[in-house]
Write a protein of this length. Sequence first.
Length: 475
Amino acid sequence: MRAGSEAGGSRPRFFATLTLLLALAPGPTRADSASAADELGALLVTGGTVVTMDAGRRVIPDGAVAIVDGRIAAVGRSTELGERFSDATRIDAGGSIVMPGLINAHTHVPMVLFRGIADDLDLMEWLEEHIFPAEAAHVDEEFVRWGTRLACLEMLRGGITTFVDMYYFEDAIAEEAERCGIRAVVGETLIDLPAPDNATWDEAMTYTRRFVERWRDHSRIRPAVAPHAPYTVSGEHLAAAHALAEELDVPLLIHLAEDREEIAEVTARTGMSSVSYLDSLGILDDRVLAAHVVWPTPAEIDRLATREVGVAHCPQSNMKIAAGVAPVPAMLAAGVAVGVGTDGAASNNDLDLWEEIDTAAKLHKVTSGDPTVVDAREALAMATIEGARALDLETEIGSLEAGKRADVIIVRTDGLHQEPHYDPYSLLIYSTKAADVATVIVDGRVVVEEGRLLTLDAAEIIERARLYRDRIAGR
Ligand SMILES: [Zn+2]
């Protein structure tokens, strides 16, 4: 969403209130540092149609994926791998599709607790009369933890194995992500306003340095530096954030060129539109993952490609807020790595990446008048290997290939909305729903089995979410 709405944007009064409230908030609870993932036997997912998303886009009928020590050991025919990995624990994927886990390239997970709080409103009315007051009254570390648990429950059950997040209390988000077994790229939002957990820019930078150092060697949690946007962070601070990301060698997450109002504000202040402005600061490079990028000029699209900037396309959020339609076909043609994100659930209203890729595949056909753009295979690539490339993680995740981390999902194909089917990409993009995901494996560990999340107590989380709803609605 735009204008720092998830964070409070340019509304200092909100942060001032929150900062006071925080003094009363309970202290952080520590995550269990060891997880069940430490003891992993070999797994063999066998009998399904394997959609690899590798460079050749191989699809293997009656295929298998062998997993050893959290990584993919081999991908091939069931008969062949069945012999090679005869001691492995077998997971029968017969009649299903086996594919890489989905990558949600942009979100603000705790905002699930504001799902549906206010819809179909003018952006400013929505922000000022609904979101900001709700955040000021309710967001604290405990809120962030329960929101993250609910979001991870929804994402894992829907086949998302990696998410990219920018919010506050990001240490708590990282701990909850670690605990439930998902993979995450997480950045504490840096903004030129008092934030809920850090009153000043310097405090937030100190927090970020400590946060990155804490998580930098974790196999599933990748810390990042996350300046909010070009209109909420000064040029000097944007450069400082980038220098920190460079020094610590981590990604930089930012909202960029989201709507016309942003472009007008940045242009009035700097004489340049948002992408050119960041480039003039020398901070556009391959460690940057920019969310939205709805309004780049053609020359700026070339610049994004040359600088190897990754883009997180959020079609449903852009549509709901009427931000515009990102020029995705042009970005793809220029070679920009484009992933797909849900954005926060207050502006979507779910964390369902299947809906996003279905939407992405259709939206650009409407605006271009060309039904051949963003075909089903390209749309699936955006949620898998291209999303990984946007994150500079394509050597680790995003496709089923020997040596990569074992983030694998099994998708049922026998739903009434799926029968009959002729082509796996068509089936996955245009017919499949999040509820069709049966099994989810992250880093070689089964976290969803027959649609049930093994690492979180769904009933307890839903009960807590409803309590938050009652409190937020003033009941
Ligand atoms: Zn956002």
